[in-house]
Design a protein around this ligand. Structure first.
Ligand SMILES: Nc1nc2c(ncn2[C@@H]2O[C@H](COP(=O)(O)OP(=O)(O)OP(=O)(O)O)[C@@H](O)[C@H]2O)c(=O)[nH]1
Length: 313
């Protein structure tokens, strides 16, 4: 077992509830099938973070598929800067914790999904306290949180120690590329021009050519990543020594634009019912057993969430 998962597995015995953070832009590629084996029947909340950067219409199919294959494991889509989302997360954690008066909670997930941001947001929204963990826009910033952090008073919810970091599961080349594009692997370990090429393919496939054409003053779309990167380099004045266009710098810029949501909100994995059912059936953990009381509380929260969703639509 990889070191990260081994550490998580050892610590699972000491916690009551796990918040597993995944990336809303890659609802399948950000799953680590090995974690499903490790988590067993531990109570868990699955949180698809960075929902502000993903296609909102894809939340429903993912929620449906997981409800079928992982019943009793609530699924939430969050954005760390939305207090409303964080409050909902705390409500779900409290419902799952009930009737325990004190809950130890652990956050786990792959690099750069927003574990530390979530920890800080939970603490801020739950008990009004400031930052407890450093965050960064490259993977690998999560190191250590000093001690245990209280995130809610009633019931008392404590976040234990450091968030658990899982290495991304990179068995499939296209899924690995999606993990890289969304920032789950350090950029110097992946080829940035290949990542831009993939994004260009995705934008064209979705007929979203306007997203880059208008930004980079292009009169027509292109399938050629070099043509795109030359336009990007011209637009931002990226010049290498000798006066040539610096396509590496252009790639970095394009990736940054995508990651900040400036080219639009996209979900990169296939979210057709067939694809989701096939994947989640393969990797599912054993069904979680909940008390009637917990089930009732969760059902009530789900109903409220659905009402809010309908109102927002
Ligand atoms: N748009 C958006 N960005 C987010 C969100 N959550 C976190 N981020 C950004 O994502 C980057 C990574 O966040 P971290 O909280 O450091 O992620 P982490 O999972 O702790 O990262 P590691 O240290 O690599 O394990 C930072 O630049 C955050 O500002 C979110 O919900 N939406």
């Amino acid at each position: 077992m990889a070191k990260g998962l081994r550490v998580i597995s050892e610590r699972l015995n000491t916690v009551d509830l796990v918040v597993e953070v995944r990336d809303a832009r890659i609802p399948v590629s950000s799953v680590n099938p090995n974690f499903e084996k490790v988590v067993g029947k531990k109570k868990r909340l699955i949180v698809y973070n960075k929902a502000d950067l993903a296609d909102p219409t894809q939340q429903q199919p993912v929620t449906r598929a997981l409800a079928e294959h992982n019943p009793n494991t609530p699924v939430l889509f969050t954005s760390c800067n939305s207090h409303k989302h964080i409050k909902t997360l705390l409500e779900y954690a409290a419902a799952l914790a009930d009737p325990i008066p004190q809950v130890n909670l652990m956050i786990v997930g792959m690099p750069n999904v927003g574990k530390s941001s979530l920890l800080n947001a939970l603490r801020y929204v739950g008990v009004g306290k400031g930052k407890a963990a450093a965050t960064g826009n490259q993977p690998g910033v999560t190191r250590a949180v000093v001690g245990t952090v209280k995130v809610l008073d009633h019931p008392a919810i404590y976040l234990i120690d450091t968030p658990g970091v899982m290495v991304p599961h990179l068995s499939d080349p296209v899924r690995s590329l999606r993990v890289a594009v969304t920032g789950g692997i350090r950029d110097h370990l992946a080829d940035e021009q290949v990542m831009v090429d993939y994004l260009l393919y995705e934008l064209n496939r979705r007929h979203q050519e306007e997203a880059y054409m208008s930004y980079y003053n292009m009169s027509e779309p292109t399938n050629d990543v070099n043509v795109l990167l030359e336009m990007v380099a011209r637009r931002i004045g990226a010049m290498a020594k000798g006066g040539e266009l610096d396509l590496n710098m252009a790639s970095k810029f394009f990736l940054k634009q995508y990651r900040q949501g400036k080219l639009g909100r996209y979900t990169l994995d296939d979210t057709s019912p067939e694809a989701l059912d096939q994947f989640f059936e393969q990797v599912k953990a054993p069904t979680l057993e909940l008390s009637r009381r917990q089930e009732k509380k969760l059902a009530k929260l789900a109903q409220r969430k659905e009402q809010r969703r309908k109102k927002d639509d």
